[in-house]
Design a protein around this ligand. Sequence first.
Ligand code: MD3
Ligand code: FE
Length: 215
Amino acid sequence: MTPDLFSDTAEPWEEPLEDGAVVLRRFASSDARELLDAIEQVARQAPLRQMQTPGGHTMSAAMVCCGSWGWVTDRKGYRYQTTDPLTDRPWPDMPAVLRDLARAAAEQAGYPDFDPDACLINRYLPGAKMGLHQDKDEEDFEQPIVSVSLGSPIVFQFGGLRRSDRPQKIPLEHGDVVVWGGPSRLRYHGVLTLKSVEHPLTGACRYNLTFRKAR
Ligand code: MD3
Ligand code: FE
């Protein structure tokens, strides 16, 4: 048989992490092409851009949002808003294939009522990273966050509730979905620098989608 280098045919499996987080390995593999098409469609309506931190640094990951709320950062701070600051127009709609995947993953992890109103799309090229931080600009921390990794692999850092807690290193690969609920919701987290590793569907590039209930 000829191996198909472009599809990941392994069946998904679950790996529980600490504090109510669960990795759904390869959960998004069979939908990956459609998810990447949807990302491209969003990025045609609103460009991926490197935002500024309040401290004046440029983030190394490029970002864009879809859904009724989008997360932004600039010199004024971090916040959710309904419009793209580049155009003052509403963020692109969240494509159904994205929303459906996030809801299915949340349901599998025990959150059948999750209905994200924001999806942040992060694009990492080789050299990009994200330092340890907490996601706390959302209104209700009882709502989980669902993350989807596509393309090149990366090492995820899963810290504790204090910045000084030593993070665990967790490799995340194409198709992996993580549901961050319960006490894990407020843990510090980040990703190490992306190495230059080609993926057949994305080249040397990783996309991460995070689905949130902002309001
Ligand atoms: C744990 N993104 O967008 S995804 C972010 O790979 C973000 O782009 C990283 O952190 C990325 O805010 C990590 C995994 C993740 C996302 C949100 C979390 C882990 C989380 C929220 C709470 C706890
Ligand atoms: Fe985060």
